[in-house]
Design a protein around this ligand. Structure first.
Ligand code: NDP
Length: 433
């Protein structure tokens, strides 16, 4: 804590992993030898840099850029870039730390990394976003490469930003390294089904959890938070599987649409017009916007937090449980506070931490890298079939690890143990580095 002063989200993520590993270390005390635990919480490299850029009025702004190259035991560093005003070292390190174990769970040979900036793309023109991305990549390009470190999108970074970042990387290096970034538009190296993968994967994971109880998502009422990439495609897959998603949100409020979310309208507003959820209620009769309330007060069978870290606290969890929620699967990274996780686990409901349930995005990014290396392209159906298989394997590995370490049904222990043992074994084999 002294070494990472003030980085509360990083402390939270580390504590959650290390505390849950007690039964693993009890069985395999050698995992604590040679300062392995101390090494695993220390990034291999942390890069912080100045990002100056000029707005449309000619004024110069300075943001801060980050890339944490956390752990390369299993492969090149892999993890998204987040552009949001809340970004600082503690956010990037918590995300990078989680990414190590998530990537291990995918079994795709990728290490853990993360990056981003406190730049806020909201309200910026395309030209401003482009100049920012070019400046950001001018520094980042020294540190990344298709076999070194492969960034992708996250909050505030979608196809547009990936395009500008790639254009600058290509210009600086004079190399068409398609595999240096993932989440690319399909026309120049992106993978079909990457856009859908995180949301789809989260829902598939929830479906697998329900299957362990002989149940399914069909007919279930679901609350989804957020209205970005993860939320939109979680809603899409829920609808395909016969569930009833009834909410979505952004930082200005949430929408309840009990008549069934009009997904085409939501995509038009969020993906094409870059609008707000308030625009939806103006165009969809029967939907209501709540600006002064709590999305988790809406009674549902299943809750999928898909917006941001610590959006669901102990109070929210108590309300969800009182209203009869049976499944919580995280689409976002660390959306539930420790108090919320404790409440879900004490109540014995099905609860999946993001590092397991939202791993479909990075898994499909690894499939994008494979297609880039082989200079080939798989059909949507082929990628989705692989994603479905990967999510089923992650689910089953979590279940098996939880049983091995004596806590059947504990997906937190299962995910942490299954991810950690893979990384720890590789680190031991690589020696003290
Ligand atoms: P987007 O930028 O597409 O969407 C983010 C959504 O969350 C927006 O609706 C945004 O609302 C809302 N949001 C973000 N920050 C806050 C905040 N501080 N308070 C309230 N609402 C907020 O991001 P993604 O959908 O890609 O990411 C969502 C989550 O999923 C993140 O935790 C991310 O790390 C995680 N994730 C994403 C993956 C991916 O493939 N994209 C992969 C794995 C995890 P507003 O516009 O008002 O800010």
């Amino acid at each position: 804590i002294a070494r990472n002063r003030g980085e509360s989200e990083f402390h939270q993520a580390v504590r959650e992993v290390l505390e849950s590993l007690d039964p693993v270390i009890a069985k395999r005390p050698d995992y604590a030898d040679n300062a392995l635990l101390e090494r695993i919480v220390e990034p291999e490299r942390m890069i912080t840099f100045r990002v100056p850029w000029t707005d449309d009025k000619g004024r110069v702004h300075v943001n801060r850029g980050f890339r944490v190259e956390f752990n390369s035991a299993l492969g090149p560093y892999k993890g998204g870039l987040r552009f949001h005003p809340s970004v600082y070292a503690g956010i990037i390190k918590f995300l990078g730390f989680e990414q190590i174990f998530k990537n291990a769970l995918t079994d795709q040979g990728i290490g853990g990394g993360k990056g981003g900036s406190d730049f806020d793309p909201h309200g910026k023109s395309d030209a401003e976003v482009m100049r920012f991305c070019q400046s950001f990549m001018t520094e980042l390009s020294r540190h990344i490469g298709p076999d070194t470190d492969v960034p992708a999108g996250d909050i505030g970074v979608g196809g547009r930003e990936i395009g500008y970042l790639f254009g600058q990387y290509k210009r600086l290096t004079n190399r068409y390294d398609a595999g240096v970034l993932t989440g690319k538009p399909v026309a120049w190296g992106g993978s079909l089904a990457r856009t859908e993968a995180t949301g789809y994967g989260t829902v598939l994971f929830a479906q697998s959890m329900l299957a362990t109880k002989g149940d399914s998502l069909e007919g279930k009422k679901v609350s989804v938070s957020g209205s970005g990439n993860v939320a939109i495609y979680a809603i899409e897959k829920l609808q395909q599987l016969g569930a009833m998603p009834i909410t979505f949100s952004d930082s200005s409020g949430y929408v309840v649409d009990e008549n069934g979310i009009d997904l085409e309208l939501l995509k038009q507003i969020k993906e094409v017009e870059r609008g707000r959820v308030a625009d939806y209620v103006e165009r969809k009769p029967g939907a209501r916007l709540v600006t002064e309330g709590r999305l988790w007060d809406v009674p549902v069978d299943v809750a999928l937090p898909c917006a941001t870290q610590n959006e669901l606290d102990g109070d929210h969890a108590a309300t969800l449980l009182r209203n009869g929620v049976g499944v919580v699967a995280e689409g976002a990274n660390m959306p539930s506070t420790p108090e919320a996780v404790e409440a879900f686990q004490a109540a014995g409901i099905l609860y999946a931490p993001g590092k397991a349930s939202n791993a479909g995005g990075v898994a499909t990014s690894a499939l994008e890298m494979s297609q880039n290396s082989a200079r080939t392209r798989w059909s949507f159906e082929e990628v989705e079939a692989r994603l479905t298989g990967i999510m089923a394997d992650i689910h089953d590995n979590c279940v098996e690890a939880a049983e091995t370490y004596g806590r059947p049904g504990d997906y937190v222990l299962g995910a942490n143990a299954a991810g950690f043992t893979k990384v720890a074994d590789a680190m031991i084999q690589h020696g003290i580095v």
